[in-house]
Design a protein around this ligand. Structure first.
Ligand code: PMP
Length: 379
């Protein structure tokens, strides 16, 4: 791929993560970021981070368990619990570590964990790290989940799903998942990495979106997307959080979130809750883009969120499309097997609340030309 000039990874950005970024001195329209709220370059958040560095320094030099707990970690945990309407919360250093820590701590030797086949890698890895047995059900297929749960004789069962799926942008069928899980006495853990800020009445995620906050036992996620920082969180009953504080190895044996990250997250959370117009702008951009892509004749799968795939098919064609868009100044991400099913290579687009209609219209014109050039749509 490198020899063909088609290597799309580790591109170096020389500017802030915003709707436009600079690569090799050239401005590119960013349609491949997870900063759905467009807050990563927000002055109030940057100021909050700078203030925290002034007061607390650049790092915590230890784990939450020993010397790395600051008053602002506790404050952030209370904010998160309140935001998600759960009794308590704990923050990890990344979302990846959250899933490793939570799943491996909760799923014991005599337990089974049921994960969606397209769950994020960190869920797969968390399940692998646990001592229980893992079962993968067909993506968003509740009857398959039902079948697997009914065959299980495990002492404890836990179902883990993404709220919004990270590559195809479809939403977990939570009402059905909840009812099947309840029927079989399984606990439910929803990873809201891509839903926080995006779904829910105040951006508080998938469970709130469906009015199921009390039914979802554990809500987890990341601060690295809409919340414009780095870190992860999990919220649940106080007893569960207390247990995790003393058993999640990814929490106990890793340094805590840096002060700048904590303060940035707190400010981002405040903005997300108090400025609902950002979520409205994100949804307006999402509907505009999805409608236009479909009008052009592109296959956007089951997306119903700011994450939208353009399904291409073969890997080589997907890289050719990526190259066309890259050369035309559009930053997107190609996603190929094993991250997708074989022959379902796709270009993953994501929109932000802060994209302008002009930017999206320009992107659509280029995407349409690109799709013609690789024969995806007729000329
Ligand atoms: N869960 C999901 C669904 C994700 O998409 C991601 C990040 N891509 C993570 C967890 C990990 O989050 P972090 O970037 O904070 O490690």
């Amino acid at each position: 791929m490198r020899a063909l000039g088609l290597y799309p990874y580790f591109r170096t950005i020389e500017s802030a993560q915003d709707t436009e970024v600079i690569i090799n001195g050239r401005p590119m329209l960013m349609l491949g970021s997870n900063s759905y709220m467009g807050l990563t370059n927000e002055p109030r958040i940057k100021e909050a981070a700078i203030d925290a560095v002034r007061k607390y320094g650049s790092g915590c030099a230890g784990s939450r368990f020993l010397n790395g707990t600051l008053d602002i970690h506790i404050e952030l945990e209370e904010q998160i619990a309140d935001f998600l309407d759960k009794e308590a919360a704990i923050v990890f250093t990344t979302g990846y570590q959250t899933n490793l820590g939570v799943i491996s701590a909760l799923v014991g030797r005599e337990d089974n964990v049921f994960i969606d086949r397209t769950d994020h890698a960190s869920i797969v890895d968390g399940a692998r790290l646990g001592f229980g047995k893992t079962f993968k059900f067909v993506h968003n297929d509740v009857s398959d989940l039902d079948r697997m749960l009914s065959l299980s004789t495990a002492r404890g069962k836990m179902v883990v799903v993404d709220g919004i799926y990270s590559m195809e942008g479809d939403i977990a069928k939570l009402p059905e998942i909840v009812s099947v899980s309840r029927k079989h006495g399984a606990a439910i853990f929803v990873d809201d990495a891509h839903s926080v800020g995006v779904l829910g009445r105040i951006g508080n995620g998938t469970a709130d979106h469906f009015g199921l906050t009390n039914e979802v036992d554990i809500i987890g996620g990341t601060f690295s997307k809409s919340l414009a920082s780095i870190g992860g969180y999990v919220a649940a009953d106080r007893e569960v959080i207390e247990y995790l504080k003393h058993h999640a190895r990814a929490l106990i044996f890793s340094a805590s979130m840096a002060p700048a990250c904590v303060a940035a997250t707190q400010k981002a959370l405040e903005i997300i809750v108090n400025e609902p117009e950002r979520r409205d702008a994100l949804w307006a951009n999402t509907h505009f883009m999805l409608d236009e892509l479909r009008r052009i004749g592109l296959d956007t799968g089951d997306s119903e969120s700011p994450i939208m795939p353009v399904v291409i098919g073969e890997t080589e064609r997907c890289f050719a499309m990526w190259r066309f868009l890259h050369d035309a100044g559009i930053f997107v991400n190609p996603v190929v097997t094993p991250a997708t099913a074989p022959n379902r290579a796709l270009i993953r687009l994501s929109v932000m609340a802060t994209h302008t209609e002009d930017q999206l219209t320009r992107a659509l014109e280029i995407i349409e030309k690109g799709a013609r050039s690789i024969g995806l749509i007729g000329s």
